[in-house]
Design a protein around this ligand. Structure first.
Ligand SMILES: Cc1cc2nc3c(=O)[nH]c(=O)nc-3n(C[C@H](O)[C@H](O)[C@H](O)COP(=O)(O)OP(=O)(O)OC[C@H]3O[C@@H](n4cnc5c(N)ncnc54)[C@H](O)[C@@H]3O)c2cc1C
Length: 407
């Protein structure tokens, strides 16, 4: 390996941190520069809508690695620096401000950006917040006081988690979901039913199947959300959680193949052999379909895959996706990917608050949502790793043991 080689990483999140760790472990001894536009070391993003917000943790407690680690890994850190362009012909990136950094290999780990409500309907008003970056969580924190009125637009996991934190702190919380039900895109009805009831029990008002049409202002700030049915929801603060778009701007402008994310192969290679990509910004082929995942598991593992490619020890990415969500004192753990399911079976758990939802395509198990049910999650993960499916009748029977299939 040529020690004069220069690898440049764009992005400072989970995928970037995982890349640094794995590339050094795999023996890459060349130069390594990480350019990230947030003015902070890579941090765990999931706590932003969970413990960081709920407990006001200091940022040091959510850093992925301690500051000294980056020195030990001999990484040149360029934080608070935004890459504005890739010059593929010259093999260099251009920072805002004009500085150029040359690369032999470039790794794009740019993540995803939250979708915004259009400015024309008030989406850019002061008091309308998102939840993606540390700065977003810090912007919401001052509103987390009893009596404040929060309207959350969007009933996906992030909106629901933020609603849970706010309700726990005594805010009056209303969550509006335009689709017929919360978690429509990501989970089957029994999972959504559980979380609807949970939020209701904590005083959150959930409005499903009604679109927000505009935000109105008072004194230059968002003061509420008007719904398609004419209802008006006054708010001290509005949080928009309507999903993300992969951050593919740099890649698309540079002419790389983009298909619902920067298209990568199983080794993290883009359509340019000198450029790799990892994490939320990518799409890749999983069980015959091109998919894009938004999860820590995917960012960490794709970061490691790209690192092995760069270090000359390629390892194909063969993920078993997993994900989690914490709301109040409930834990949801998801194993597998339910994409393409045609059946979702509810399996009662050992307690009233535990249950699992088993997703099938035909007779093939695809994924499981386990709610307060670690045993179901562990079984599901093992089954999916082994490529085995439990017969549906056994899933429906709470007394049935899965040991015959797990052994
Ligand atoms: C509030 C919240 C809660 C979540 N909860 C969970 C959870 O419970 N479980 C789970 O598995 N996943 C969760 N996720 C998703 C998970 O955090 C993401 O999948 C993960 O962060 C993806 O990592 P990444 O490195 O691909 O991208 P990111 O973590 O988004 O990092 C990308 C970084 O690159 C920077 N960047 C982008 N473009 C440029 C540029 N041109 N120049 C310089 N820097 C640039 C961005 O600012 C950002 O810092 C959550 C996400 C959020 C926002």
């Amino acid at each position: 390996m040529n020690p004069a080689e220069q690898v440049v990483l764009v992005g400072g999140g989970h995928a970037a941190a995982a890349f640094v760790n794995s590339v050094r472990r795999a023996g890459y001894t060349g130069r390594l520069t990480l350019i990230g536009d947030e003015p902070v070391l890579p941090y765990h993003r999931p706590p932003l809508s969970k413990k960081y917000l709920a407990e006001g943790l200091p940022v040091e407690q959510i850093l992925i690695r301690a500051p000294a680690w980056y020195g030990e890994q001999q990484v040149q850190l360029r934080l608070g620096a935004h890459v504005g362009r890739i010059d593929r012909a010259a093999q260099r990136v251009e920072l805002d401000g004009g500085e150029r950094v040359a690369y032999d290999r470039l790794v794009l780990a740019t993540g995803a950006r939250p979708r915004r409500l259009p400015a024309a309907v008030g989406g850019e008003l002061p008091g309308v917040l998102q939840m993606r970056h540390l700065a977003d969580a810090d912007a919401l924190a001052p509103y987390l006081r009893a009596g404040q009125r929060l309207v959350v637009v969007g009933g996906g996991y992030i909106g629901l988690e933020a609603a849970a934190v706010a309700a726990t702190q005594g805010l009056q919380v209303t969550l509006v979901e335009a689709a017929p039900r919360i978690l429509q895109r990501v989970a089957a009805a029994p999972t959504a039913d559980f979380f609807r009831a949970l939020h209701g029990a904590h005083g959150v008002r959930l409005i499903e199947g009604v679109a927000p049409v505009r935000l109105w202002a008072d004194g230059g700030r968002a003061a509420g959300v008007e719904l398609a049915d004419g209802r008006r929801l006054p708010a001290d603060v509005v949080l928009v959680g309507i999903g993300v778009e992969p951050d593919v701007g740099l890649a698309a402008e540079a002419g790389l193949a983009v298909d619902n994310g920067i298209a990568v192969d199983a080794f993290g290679q883009t359509s340019d052999p000198a450029i790799l990509a990892a994490g939320d910004c990518t799409s890749f082929v999983y069980r015959g379909r091109r998919v894009r995942l938004e999860s820590v598991q995917n960012a960490n593992e794709q970061g490691a895959v790209a690192a092995h490619t760069v270090a000359g020890q390629p390892k194909a990415y063969a993920p078993l996706p997993w994900f989690w969500s914490d709301q109040y004192d409930c834990k949801l753990q998801i194993a597998g990917l339910n994409l393409g399911h045609d059946d979702a079976l509810l399996r009662p758990g050992q307690t009233e608050r535990s249950r699992s939802v088993w997703y099938y395509q035909g007779e093939t198990l695809l994924a499981v949502d386990a709610i307060n049910d670690a045993a179901a999650y562990v079984s599901a993960k093992k089954l999916l790793e082994l490529g085995r499916s439990v017969p549906k009748a056994a899933v429906r029977d709470p007394g049935a043991s899965f040991k015959d299939w797990l052994g």
